[in-house]
Design a protein around this ligand. Sequence first.
Ligand code: ADP
Ligand code: MG
Ligand code: ZN
Length: 480
Amino acid sequence: MSQQTKYETVIGLEVHCQLSTESKLFCSCPTNFGADVNKNTCPVCLGYPGALPVFNEKVIEYAVLFALGVGAEIKPKSYFARKQYFYPDLPKGYQITQFDKPYCEGGGILLSSGKKINLIRAHIEEDAGKSIHAEEYSYIDLNRAGIPLLEIVSEPELRTAAEASEYLKKLRMLVKYLGISDANLEEGSFRCDANISLRKHGDLEYGTRCEVKNLNSYRHIEQAIHYEVLRQSDLLDNGEKVVQQTLLFEESSGKTKPMRGKEDAHDYRYFSDPDLKAIVVSSDLVLQVKARMPKLPDQVYQHFTGNLGLTHQDATVLSSDKNVANFYEQLLTNLDSKLNEKQIANWLIETYLPASQQFSWDLAKPEISIDAFTSLLVMFSEGSISSTAAKKVFLYMIETKKTAKECVTELGLDQVNDKSVIVETVRKVLADNALQVEELKSGKQKVYGYLVGQVMKSSKGKFNPKLVNQLLQELLDEYK
Ligand code: ADP
Ligand code: MG
Ligand code: ZN
């Protein structure tokens, strides 16, 4: 399509990320998802007149972790403001948020192409409640009201739907690594508003943007961007203007639909919240948080490809999730070079992870524990089971929840490594096949395979094939 080459797409994303503190931002109500409707509420988050907010200090720690994780500048003093608007699920009539004095400015996210997407800012604010629209009535659930959010605002530096999607994946991976958010897409704890505009290639000024609200799947974000690019380029081609507005994405049609005209900041009549003091981030606090900083995804990737010599592909999979990376590193420690890094990566990627996805295990506490999986791999590394048998055993472990050893026995897969047992069978096979032995001696090499087969057959496949070969050779030499 011609329009796709005629205009350059400009995208800036605002991400709302729920911080996983145990209590809300300004009261002690719990934050667990799925509690009974309106259970996690109190006079503060219900917006009763006269109830006073008390700032949850844990939020600063999380916020500082984030700022350090994206290499941003942390402001020693920042402030809360009231953003006034009317919404049925906003009982106070205003949202407490940071406006002109956010705690964090700058920083960025590095895409795999090497392009850095800079951040304008990140700030702390409270979430609103949730409206539930049923057939006849609408309902309001205020459990979410007052849960701490980090709003992360990018510069308009993204240029394609694919870049936007990668940026979000990297950002989401980062907050999960930092342990500051579960970033659960389905539960809405990581959601995004996409600002999209077009301009002619070479133009220095940005075009008029539209903002698509509350996207919570990568696919929807890409669809919404593709649709907006088509819609806006049609308008521009016809000499019309793009009107700045707020849009909603409609899943069923894959289209965006107008929600409301776009407000400007002055519509919200922001003012500094008189009930709350400044947030002060001391340099001591920054140092303390820095000391607890976990390894970040890019560092883990570097470690896996650099020190451990994994391929780009394997390292990408294993570093994409903190729990997966931890699982892998724990296996390395447990197995203590009984298998090499690459072998362990293969077992994890080809056998364990597909099952964990199929059965939706939480890798922080999976159904087949690291230790259980380790003991399976130990048996394999010691040659007491073959790799095919190990895979069977793994499936049987999932089914029965029994230990690897128990499963091996129940499946009758124990490999026999006892030389004295094997040698006896080998002798017997040689004696029973005197004719074939003669043929082998006269140079008919094919017969060798036949003899191995006979030995394995009489052991029902349980003999260690390496030992069978070794002992067969030894005994045949005696025959010569
Ligand atoms: P708000 O949406 O609250 O008015 P901002 O003006 O700070 O806030 O912009 C929010 C987002 O819009 C930022 O991510 C920014 O990158 C993006 N943005 C600003 N101008 C444009 C534009 N012309 N095209 C696309 N995105 C834009
Ligand atoms: Mg906005
Ligand atoms: Zn409360």
